[in-house]
Design a protein around this ligand. Structure first.
Ligand code: PLP
Length: 437
């Protein structure tokens, strides 16, 4: 890599300064070759992007800290094309007049979900905020006590509702909410009944919640809105692949909900986005809310989302093309072969420094999707005589490229489920840095 003059000068000055300090504290001088090498290292370090690619070897398919869903290969050229040039983002090519950035994916979303209209904003938190601000400001929103969710610390249904100027009316108990609880809570101030998908916890045992159809019927009998925050928002039913049955967006729309919101970068497997689908007249009102300007999507996101949604036009292909779906439905036999191949590769290269074995284990869906669901996998276990599991895992995380692994019972585990093309080489390169620096 070539570096600019100011960067080279800064790296040399920094290296010499460090060396002077070392000498002052009584250390022995090093050769000028070593100093040049240190300056080069400092240069590389400074030139490295702060946001960079990491290898996710945790087996947690959707990890918000690791950027959630990786985009499909087919999405990337579309993103690059609109990012590197001009686009018809808000320009109608037919008429030559001003167009809408929200028009590019609306028809696709309607076709895929069966909804009348759709709108996409920055993320699902923004989608819920926009819906509450548009329809419940100054009014009441009725939510079951079993569904007062918190997602990732800063998104809590009670706080989002109060930020939008709506009053939260809690109904039912933590474990059970009945139709009559909603009925009794409705007053002249009620704006909407809101269902929230409990996407990162599960209430089990003596439980009851009100089905979307029932809640929608109650809302409509009283002339108020029925809204659902679906969280992950699946378009395909993955029950055939051993995953728990989750309500799809289509089923939720069909159940009669007026508006349904979900994330673009959870199970859908697209870019960060918040998708709202539902009745045309309501979506039109959302589009007229001035808050929308502050929640709007970027052109790269729209390009990635459009390509992601196109995969779903052919569900059988989507299972392979959309990385999150592919990882979730990858057969155990394939995972076994991948684990064995990775173990052979790492054992062959580092066999004298590491013990490398495969063992049966579990992967997690993660990212506020399918809580408590574990998928069988085959893991690669690494143990070193020279360092403990924590030191080995720290080394991998600090390596270039960084590799994020799991530790269980003092063993470093690599789960092939979340490894992408080229990751085996990246792991080998990272280990090289850790074991033979
Ligand atoms: C994840 C989640 C959110 C927040 O979605 P973001 O796209 O991360 O903003 C809101 N509600 C539910 C139920 C969720 O699962």
């Amino acid at each position: 890599m070539r570096h600019g003059h100011p960067q080279v000068v800064a790296a040399l000055q920094q290296t010499l300064e460090t060396e002077r300090m070392r000498l002052r504290s009584g250390a022995l001088p090093v050769t000028s070759e070593i100093l040049v090498e240190r300056a080069l290292e400092a240069l590389e370090q400074a030139a490295r992007p702060h946001l960079r690619r990491v290898v996710n070897a945790t087996g947690v398919v959707l990890n918000t800290n690791l950027g959630r869903a990786p985009l499909s290969h087919e999405s990337l050229p579309a993103v690059a094309a609109v990012a590197s040039g001009y686009s018809n983002l808000e320009y109608d090519l037919e008429t030559g007049k001003r167009g809408s950035r929200y028009s590019h994916v609306e028809a696709l979303l309607c076709q895929l979900t069966g909804a009348e209209a759709a709108l996409v904003v920055n993320n699902n938190a923004a989608a819920v905020l926009l819906v509450a601000d548009t329809f419940a400001r100054g009014g009441e929103v009725v939510v079951s006590r079993g569904q007062l969710i918190e997602i990732g610390g800063s998104f809590r249904i009670p706080e989002v509702l109060s930020a939008s100027g709506a009053r939260l009316i809690e109904v039912g108990a933590t474990n059970k909410t009945h139709p009559a609880d909603y009925e009794r809570a409705i007053t002249e101030h009620t704006a909407m009944l809101l269902r929230c998908h409990t996407s990162n916890y599960r209430i089990v045992g003596f439980t009851a919640e009100v089905a979307p159809e029932t809640m929608a019927a109650i809302a409509h009998a009283h002339g108020v809105l029925a809204v659902e925050d679906l969280g992950s928002g699946m378009l395909l039913d993955l029950a055939a692949y051993g995953l728990p049955k989750e309500p799809t967006v289509q089923e939720t729309v069909q159940a009669g909900l007026d508006l349904v919101t979900f994330s673009g970068d959870k199970l859908l497997g697209g870019p960060q986005a918040g998708i709202i689908v539902g009745r045309r007249n309501l979506v039109d009102r959302l589009k007229r809310n001035h808050l929308l300007r502050a929640l709007r999507l970027d052109k790269m996101t729209i390009a990635a989302l459009e390509q992601t949604l196109r995969h779903y036009l052919d569900p059988a292909r989507a299972l392979h093309a959309v990385p999150t779906l592919e990882m979730l439905t990858r057969p155990l036999e394939t995972l076994r072969q991948e684990a064995e191949s990775l173990a052979r590769r790492l054992g062959g290269r580092f066999g004298s420094l590491l013990r490398v074995e495969t063992l049966d284990g579990l992967s997690q869906v993660g990212g506020g999707s399918l809580p408590g669901t574990f998928l069988p996998s085959v893991l690669v276990a690494l143990t070193s005589e020279k360092m403990d599991a924590q030191a080995l895992s720290d080394g991998l995380r600090l390596a270039d490229p960084p590799v994020v692994a799991r530790i269980e019972r003092d063993v470093v585990l690599l789960d092939p489920r979340t490894l992408l093309a080229g990751d085996a080489e990246r792991i080998e390169q990272a280990l090289e840095g850790v074991l033979a620096p």
